[in-house]
Design a protein around this ligand. Sequence first.
Ligand code: AKG
Length: 299
Amino acid sequence: MFFTILLITFNLVLLSMNEDLKNRFNEDGFVVVKDLLKPSEIEFYREVIKEAIKERKLLDERKLKDKSIYEQSFTQCQNLWEDYEQIRQLTFHQKICEIAAYLLDENAIRIWHDQALVKESGGRETDPHHDQPYWPIKESKTITAWIPMCEVNENNGQLGFYAGSHKKDDKRFIDIFSGKVDEEKFVKETNLESIKVSYQNMNIGDVSFHHGLTFHRAKPNLSKEDRVVHTAIYFADGCTRGDEKFHFSVDRPNIKVGEMIESDVTPIAYPIASMPDRPRTSISDEFMAYKMLGLLPKD
Ligand SMILES: O=C(O)CCC(=O)C(=O)O
């Protein structure tokens, strides 16, 4: 009897805590969940991710100063879950995926892609942007889990959000890829002048979640250590391809505009009873340049 009452109380506490998370997410377009993962888990994944990046970037000998402005914000390696079974455990970690599904208010979600984002020591800021317009997904039912492998503060690439900006339903494409974003123009065009960026201190084990339409940015890395972060982007099961914009996650499995986005490249992430298999869909030569850069899996 005592244990039943204890269990019910515990579940009620969890439920109300989650309700609060969801309310905050709906209101602000982001939420940081404290202590979601154990420090020992992060320690393990940090090493695995660092090794994976080293392997992917073997042919890239450029120094930070020789990289493009965009690449000076971070080194990016996508779809690591395909190549590295241990990283797959993190990308499809059911604690993370369950919260992502809950925040999106969905029973089932799929992976869009994962990616490591390493802001090297001395790396510049990440320009302000939001993610959804980069993806040819029609429905705005997308969420990113940002999982730092180190403590993150104002000195080492801290992530910051324009709280509530997802509600504007602004789908303009902000070009962070071809040079520095003009700040003045950005805030004027997006009408974000009145919103102070909400930067987040994060401890090891904390995970941040942001909606695909929430504007965000990150500070430069002024510290001596690289800021290693693993991110995973999920979308609601049932979403469809909205436009022709080229993207690995839909062009590799040849999903056409209007079709449902479902293939082994974007398997169900939650709920799952076991880890998904490595995709069998081949990677055609049109992705060669990305493969050479270590951005994508080799085969
Ligand atoms: O890690 C960063 O510097 C930026 C992260 C970001 O833009 C994202 O995860 O959507």
